[in-house]
Design a protein around this ligand. Structure first.
Ligand code: HEC
Ligand code: HEC
Length: 312
């Protein structure tokens, strides 16, 4: 073997290595170079954060529906520090390093992959990306007139005004009375007792609480209470069957326990709601029209309330 042949062989070997390695580099390069911008993250933040972090009632004044809002931070100061993901309050809230963990409605919290994208955006110095996405804020699609009220119409209200407490890791720790307002299934759950009786707003403790017929009135941290228009929307939603996000009415929880409160009227009415009082109903002495009373009973197959116990 001459010196020159050996040289040529070595060169050939390197050529092969090159050709084998090339596809790997082609795949690896874009991943390395791909930069996360605010425009990439906006859909995620709008979906998971802006239901609460938008508008005048945004918690701690933190607006997460625009880049300007994110950069402006909260009443306590900045929530993102360019180049320092782990020192950014926004990331700390997503991982649970700062409590309460976000989104407040979790679990589910964000996927690790999404948190990682947010870290990379902060590490890269908070680039904006395309201008369009940075200036758009969420405007809810208004319901077409005449169409039934669904969970999608009331969910933003429950998210912004109720879920900060009525969630697993809410402001009060455990959800008050074990009642969560973080999903349609949770709101309608009737294992312990039904707080919503589809088709019967007056028999629904949730409606009574936002009206102030049951006390303490909700939201617990009010004022402001819900506006008349918001209360009407929730009443219509319950009246029309407490439909889920697809528009399917919820099943009547026949036999489920209820506990409602209000003021008695003549002939066993509670703020206008007819009560089914039977010979088995136990009634406290001195209960009569004009008195406040707590009603315990269950949901009959026609959606009315059969009273087991009536007390002051
Ligand atoms: C259901 C309503 C709700 C949702 C949804 C929500 N938050 Fe919050 N957020 C709150 C409330 C309430 C607070 C104030 C809690 C506290 O610190 O006492 C808060 C506080 C924060 C804070 C702390 C601000 C500060 O300076 O102390 C950050 C950061 C935050 N949220 C980020 C997010 C992010 C990011 C998302 C989405 C992934 C999100 N939040 C979703 C209700 C919500
Ligand atoms: C600041 C925390 C907080 C907020 C916000 C809040 N609640 Fe409550 N909620 C409570 C507490 C505390 C109770 C238990 C009060 C009691 O009856 O002693 C409660 C009780 C209830 C109950 C009674 C549950 C049962 O089992 O009878 C309903 C229904 C309810 N809330 C609905 C709502 C709705 C709807 C909203 C939003 C419009 C809301 N809450 C906002 C703290 C809160």
């Amino acid at each position: 073997m001459t010196h020159s042949t050996k040289n040529r062989r070595t060169t050939d070997t390197w050529r092969v290595v090159w050709w084998l390695a090339l596809p790997l580099m082609v795949v690896a390069l874009p991943v390395q170079a791909q930069q996360v911008t605010y425009a990439d993250l906006a859909p995620l933040l709008n979906k998971r954060c802006a239901p609460c972090h938008a508008g005048t009632a945004a918690p701690r004044g933190l607006l997460l529906d625009s880049l300007d809002g994110v950069l402006a931070g909260s009443s306590r100061g900045p929530v993102v520090r360019a180049g320092d993901p782990e020192g950014s309050e926004l990331v700390r809230r997503l991982t649970g390093a700062s409590l309460p963990r976000m989104p407040m409605t979790g679990p589910p919290y964000l996927d690790e992959a999404d948190v990682e994208r947010i870290r990379r955006w902060i590490a890269a110095g908070l680039p904006a990306g395309t201008e369009a996405a940075t200036t758009t804020s969420v405007t809810p699609t208004p319901r077409a007139p005449g169409t039934p009220v669904t969970w999608n119409d009331v969910a933003p209200l429950f998210a912004t005004r109720c879920a900060k407490c009525h969630a697993d890791n809410g402001l009060m720790g455990e959800p008050p009375e074990g009642y969560r307002l973080t999903s349609h299934a949770a709101a309608l759950a009737s294992g312990e007792r039904a707080r919503i009786v589809p088709g019967n707003p007056d028999a629904s403790e949730l409606v009574r609480r936002i009206r102030g017929q049951s006390r303490p009135r909700m939201p617990f941290d009010a004022p402001p209470y819900l506006t008349a228009a918001q209360i009407t929307l929730v009443e219509q939603w319950v009246q029309q069957g407490a439909r889920d996000g697809n528009g399917t009415p919820a099943a009547l929880p026949v036999g489920a326990r209820v506990r409602i409160e209000g003021t008695l009227g003549r002939g066993w009415h509670l703020d206008g709601l007819p009560l089914q009082v039977t010979p088995d109903t136990r009634i406290d002495d001195r209960l009569g029209p004009g008195r406040r009373a707590e009603v315990r009973g269950h949901v009959a197959s026609d959606g009315t309330i059969v009273v087991e116990r009536l007390r002051r």
